[in-house]
Design a protein around this ligand. Structure first.
Ligand code: CA
Length: 225
């Protein structure tokens, strides 16, 4: 399993990164300040470190320097804001391998992470996301249950993708319509329920007592792992 450490103090960015990298199949740990970040980076083995520049406690440049001084060669991807051009150069001097300028796109993030891991000789993440006996690859449009392929409609894939990205959080039917059907859809709440019933039959151990896609009364659905 490829392990990635994220050191980022902005919760929304940290969560977005964590979700995205988990979905790509990486094992992810998050530190929300420089002190915790340095402790983890120096204390545990990682295949890649995503390091924000401006952090409470210790900043990204300091952590970068400490990690390299400790003889740790784990690739470091610095997260910088546009205005921090000079810091970027300093980051390279201190041993950072690459940088990503915020705001960045998901595809760019994935590509840079993969490239750094490849350069470092780490195993690239599998593109399969697993829960229970289910394995799903959104990139390949495939879902397997107990190793056997299961046919999902494109909409079911999109719904499942929405759920996995938002796992642990409630999604309203309106959010699911927006996420899976797209904005300005004419589909109704009832349609959402029908598709979820079908999806449950394909992924739940007992569709009558769902454990992954659970109802949250009055609010919508939540994907639990
Ligand atoms: Ca920051």
């Amino acid at each position: 399993m490829t392990r990635i450490l994220i050191v980022e103090d902005e919760p929304a960015i940290a969560l977005g990164l964590e979700d995205d990298l988990r979905l790509e199949g990486y094992e992810v740990e998050v530190a929300s300040d420089g002190t915790a970040g340095a402790r983890l980076a120096l204390g545990r083995p990682y295949d890649l470190i995503l390091l924000d520049l401006m952090l409470p406690g210790r900043n990204g440049l300091q952590i970068c320097r400490e990690v390299r001084r400790a003889g740790i060669s784990t690739p470091i991807l610095m997260l910088t804001a546009k205005a921090q051009e000079a810091d970027k150069v300093r980051g390279f001097e201190l041993g950072a391998d690459d940088y990503l300028t915020k705001p960045y796109g998901t595809l760019e993030l994935r590509a840079r992470v993969k490239a750094l891991l490849r350069r470092a000789g780490a195993t690239p993440a599998s593109e399969w996301f697993r829960f229970g006996e289910i394995e799903v690859s959104f990139a390949r449009g495939e879902l397997r249950r107990g190793g056997q392929p299961v046919d999902l409609t494109p909409l079911e894939f999109k719904i499942l993708d929405c759920f996995i990205r938002a796992r642990g959080r409630v999604l309203s039917r309106a959010q699911l319509l927006d996420g899976a059907w797209g904005p300005n859809t004419f589909a109704s709440d009832r349609i959402v329920d029908n598709h979820i019933a079908n999806l449950r039959r394909k992924i739940e151990p007992d569709p009558a007592e769902p454990t992954y896609i659970v109802n949250v009364r009055g609010l919508g659905y939540r994907f639990d792992l």
